[in-house]
Design a protein around this ligand. Structure first.
Ligand code: IPD
Length: 269
C-alpha cells in the first residue's frame, strides 16, 4: 500500500533536492563539473549525480525495497517487474542547467509491476511542484490541474529536438514541427521534456512531441498527463515503453486524433 504520508515524504525530498540544484548557480554560469555521455551534446554534471544519490537514498527509506531505474546508472527492464520501481531523472534539462537557463526539473515516477502509482515533477526555479496519484487526479502546488480544450488553431506546440540522435532524427523532427506550426498558434522548445509534459497537463500548452526520449524523461509526466485528462503514446498510438527509449506524442484529449494524423502524414512523405 502506497500511503498519503509516503507521497508527502517524496514531495518534501524533491523540494530538498531542488534546494541542492539551486546552490549550483552563481552569477550567470553553473559551477558544475561536466562529464560526457554517448550521443551528441549529451552531458552529466556533478549535480545530476548528487541529486540522484540523494533521491535514491531518501526514496529507499520512504518505500523500503523499491528498485530504481534512473538516468545516471545501469538499468535493466527486469527492475520494473513484480515490485515497486522508481523511474527517476535527477535533472531533466541538463543542458539548460549547464547554461544557467533556469528551466530544469527533478522527475520521480513510481510504478508497481509497470502499473502507474505516483508521479511528480519539481521545478525549483519556478517553485512549481506537479504531482499525480494514479486514479486520483493531478495537481500543481496542491491545486487540481486539467488539460485545455483549445482548438488546433489556438494550440501551443512544444517539441524536443532529440539532440543526442540528431543525425538520424533531426529531419523528421523539424518536418513535424513545420507541419504543426502551419496549423497551430506557435511553437516552443523548453529543453526539459518533463516540464513540457506538465505544461500540457496544466492546460498551458496542448501538443508535445519528441522522436526519441528515455523513460526517465517522460515516466512522471505520463502519469501526470493521464491524470489530468491528456493522452501520451508513441506517434502511432502505442503505449510508450517504460524500459527503453520511445517516441512520445502527448496532447490534450481533444486534439489527440488530429495531431496523430498530422504526424503520420508527415512520416509517410
Ligand atoms: C533531455 C531533455 C530535453 C530533450 C532531450 C532529453 P536530459 O533530458 O528532456 O528536452 O530534448 O531529448 O534527453 O538529458 O536533460 O535529462
Amino acid at each position: 500500500m502506497f500511503t498519503e504520508k509516503q507521497q508527502e515524504q517524496i514531495l518534501d525530498l524533491m523540494r530538498d533536492c531542488g534546494r541542492l540544484m539551486l546552490t549550483a548557480h552563481g552569477m550567470s554560469t553553473v559551477d558544475a563539473e561536466v562529464h560526457f555521455k554517448p550521443g551528441a551534446g549529451n552531458f552529466v554534471t556533478d549535480y545530476d549525480l548528487a541529486v540522484q544519490t540523494k533521491l535514491i537514498e531518501g526514496l529507499s527509506v520512504i518505500v523500503p525495497g523499491a528498485r530504481f531505474f534512473a538516468e545516471e546508472k545501469e538499468n535493466s527492464p527486469a527492475l520494473l517487474k513484480d515490485a515497486y520501481c522508481f523511474i527517476i531523472d535527477p535533472i531533466d534539462g541538463t543542458t539548460n542547467f549547464m547554461h544557467d537557463m533556469k528551466a530544469s526539473v527533478i522527475s520521480v515516477a513510481l510504478f508497481y509491476d509497470e502499473r502507474p502509482v505516483f508521479g511528480a515533477v519539481y521545478d525549483p526555479y519556478g517553485g512549481e511542484l506537479f504531482h499525480a496519484v494514479a486514479g486520483k487526479g493531478a495537481w500543481c502546488n496542491g491545486q487540481p490541474i486539467r488539460v485545455s480544450d483549445r482548438p488546433m488553431e489556438e494550440a501551443l506546440v512544444e517539441f524536443g529536438s532529440s539532440p543526442y540522435d540528431r543525425q538520424v532524427l533531426a529531419k523528421r523532427s523539424f518536418a513535424i514541427a513545420a507541419a504543426l506550426f502551419d496549423k497551430c498558434v506557435d511553437i516552443r522548445r523548453s529543453g526539459s521534456a518533463a516540464l513540457d509534459l506538465c505544461f500540457i497537463a496544466a492546460g498551458r500548452a496542448e501538443i508535445f512531441f519528441e522522436a526519441r526520449l528515455s523513460p526517465w524523461d517522460y515516466a512522471a509526466g505520463l502519469i501526470i498527463v493521464n491524470e489530468a485528462g491528456g493522452k501520451l503514446t508513441t506517434f502511432s498510438g502505442e503505449p510508450v515503453s517504460l524500459s527503453a527509449p520511445s517516441e512520445v506524442l502527448c496532447t490534450s484529449a481533444a486534439l489527440y486524433q488530429a495531431v496523430k494524423c498530422e504526424i503520420e502524414a508527415v512520416l509517410r512523405q
